[in-house]
Design a binder for this molecule. Structure first.
Ligand SMILES: Nc1nc2c(ncn2[C@@H]2O[C@H](COP(=O)(O)OP(=O)(O)OP(=O)(O)O)[C@@H](O)[C@H]2O)c(=O)[nH]1
Ligand SMILES: [Mg+2]
Length: 343
């Protein structure tokens, strides 16, 4: 972390040097007024929208590294995650949220509570819509949720990389009559289209305020939560139908050990042992996640282990157990356990 230099340090240092000869009495030259220091622009920016609209992809693109997991299955994000971007202009704290949907289980009610609290506490709200999807009831439901927002709302029309240009204008026309958006920006979170422009507009709309986090912080999630999410992302790649919704991951333990390095006798190297439980709701879910002769869970383990090892920079052992927790989506205890991993 950079140390803060106190104002006047250099003046004090100069004054401490040997005494100057008596100065001839001259009229002081008129002093130039110091230019006022530009104020930092800082605040929270909520990323909201329907499931699968690309909020987590956008968060990762804006931060420049993977902070949140991404999948082509809806309702991937279950807990809000911060992505903090510090520049010489200030600090933008992006809040990635679960997709807005009608909640049926306690899990989904909690997911929606994250969204509502982000809408209430953010300085700017970015509503992402998927340019490839037709406008429907789900979108009306989202706009309804935005009616109570008092801060500026940007409309981001995402995935413009895969729609014809003439499809974007009608989307803009429809939305601008439905809500008083402060800005409307067509983007591609995946290909980075218009993200510089978006960041400029967001910075302009943020209040003048000092930074909220230290310069080296990029997220608010613990390693434990990140590892659980990485495992879940790999599962989401391979499962379909109700499986994405009924799967949760809990990291039971993380243990770092020093082990003898057989390549260089007398030396040791770090190895991290991770034990994780994959919760599903029924025994037939468990069989699917384990796969034929354990093939699915094995593949998930290989991919998750590689990504975690790359992240921590040394060897990882990952032990995955698939367990049935009936109706865990309505169990406050299991939900507390999973949420509690975030730290
Ligand atoms: N072609 C294209 N695909 C995108 C773009 N942004 C996101 N996607 C894809 O859309 C899917 C959903 O992306 P996510 O970032 O997980 O969407 P989300 O809004 O966070 O979804 P939830 O967490 O479920 O609410 C993934 O398959 C992404 O690769 C984009 O700009 N262009
Ligand atoms: Mg997401």
């Amino acid at each position: 972390m950079a140390t803060k230099k106190k104002a006047g340090d250099s003046a004090a240092a100069a004054a401490a040097e040997s005494p100057a000869p008596p100065a001839p009495k001259k009229r002081a030259a008129p002093r130039k007024k110091a230019a006022p220091k530009p104020q930092l622009k800082t605040g929270y920016v909520a990323l909201v929208g329907r499931p699968n609209s690309g909020k987590s992809t956008l968060l990762n693109a804006l931060i420049g590294q993977k902070v949140a997991i991404v999948s082509d299955k809806p309702q991937t994000t279950r807990i809000s995650i911060l992505g903090i971007k510090t520049t010489d202009k200030g600090q933008t704290v992006f809040v990635d949220n679960p997709g807005i949907h009608k909640p049926l289980h306690t899990l989904n009610k909690r997911m929606m509570n994250f969204v509502y609290s982000a809408l209430e506490t953010s300085d700017v709200v970015c509503l992402l819509v998927d340019a490839t999807e037709k406008f429907g009831h789900g979108d009306e439901y989202v706009l309804e949720a935005l009616r109570r927002v008092k801060t500026p709302v940007f409309l981001l029309i995402n995935k413009v990389d895969i729609v014809r240009k003439d499809k974007v204008l009608p989307i803009i026309d429809r939305y601008k009559d439905l809500f008083p958006f402060k800005e409307i920006v067509p983007i591609s979170a995946l290909k980075g289209v218009n993200l510089d422009l978006l960041e400029r507009l967001i910075t302009e709309a943020l209040p003048e305020a000092p930074k909220l986090y230290s310069d080296d912080e990029i997220s608010d999630q613990s390693e434990k939560f990140l590892f659980a999410e990485i495992v879940r992302e790999k599962i989401l790649k391979y499962v379909t139908e109700e499986l994405p919704f009924v799967t949760a991951v809990y990291i039971e333990s993380i243990e770092k050990k020093e082990q003898a390095d057989w390549k260089t006798p007398g030396e040791t190297r770090p190895v991290t042992y991770i034990r994780a439980s994959i919760f599903v709701e029924k025994d037939n879910h468990r069989k699917i996640v384990i796969g034929r002769h354990g093939s699915l869970v094995k593949q998930v383990g290989i991919e998750a282990r590689q990504e975690i090892a790359e992240y921590i920079g040394h060897k990882v052992f990952l032990d995955l157990q698939v367990r049935v927790r009936e109706r865990w989506r309505d169990s406050e205890d299991v939900l507390d356990l999973i949420e509690g991993q975030k730290g």
